[in-house]
Design a protein around this ligand. Structure first.
Ligand code: C5P
Length: 219
């Protein structure tokens, strides 16, 4: 056990949902409390890191000593990430980023009528995949919340986005819950964490990141 496994490192974390505006009051979003991402920010700070937390709309207090940037949409989140990604040592994408945004956004509240309303959706950028494909990427960690086939879907995601480490959890276990049961996936295999509160899970994940970053690169 290392008390400060990320000492002196810069860690950026995305957390919470994104909100993609349709009009002045409506939008589309994902279900996410932000608790796991905010717990990771605390755990990384306690592990000695300088933490930047980029948060979608959530109602959680900022952990002491953490730099927080609030954003609304996926595009805002990408811009905030790009603002200082080049100096980060670690990037952890925990945010439940909406996959699409409305092609057209209306400044004023749309009036309802009896007709079908059609909203065209355009795909959002994949923030984590963008970061992981930089010429000199930070150590990238992804999350995968799945409702079925957890390990297969999660490992596919890890490979597709070229991540050294991914934390997988079942939607049924993690959502609306203070506890979680993560399974960490890396090149060496699967590492299930014992079920516990989200802050304890976050501390174990941070230990794992520290261990992987200290490991000698293969020759
Ligand atoms: O593909 P999926 O959304 O399930 O991937 C989950 C991982 O990718 C999470 O780490 C999430 O934060 C990140 N992600 C992202 N930008 C997106 C979609 C997902 O950073 N547009």
């Amino acid at each position: 056990f290392q008390p400060k496994p990320l000492r002196g490192m810069k860690v950026m974390i995305t957390a919470g949902p994104t909100f993609e505006r349709i009009d002045a009051v409506r939008g589309i979003t994902n279900q996410s409390s932000g608790k796991m991402g905010f717990s990771l920010a605390r755990a990384a700070r306690d592990a000695g890191a300088e933490v930047t937390l980029i948060a979608g709309p959530v109602s959680l207090p900022t952990p002491y000593g953490v730099k927080r940037i609030d954003v609304e949409s996926a595009n805002d989140m990408l811009n905030a990430v790009n603002g200082s990604i080049s100096v980060q040592d670690v990037f952890i994408g925990v945010a439940a980023v909406a996959d699409y945004h409305p092609l057209q956004q209306f400044e004023h509240k749309l009036k309802k009528d009896a007709n079908i309303l059609q909203v065209d959706l355009a795909p959002n950028p994949d923030i984590l995949a963008n970061v992981a494909s930089l010429p000199r990427p930070p150590f990238c960690v992804g999350f995968a919340a799945e409702s079925q086939n957890l390990l297969d879907f999660a490992e596919q995601k890890r490979r597709k986005k070229r991540l050294p480490l991914l934390a997988a959890n079942l939607v049924q276990t993690a959502f609306n819950s203070d506890s979680n049961e993560l399974i960490l996936l890396d090149d060496k295999g699967r590492h299930p964490l014992p079920k516990s509160d989200k802050l304890s899970q976050a501390r174990l994940l941070v230990q794992h990141i520290g261990k992987m970053m200290r490991a000698e690169p293969p020759t």
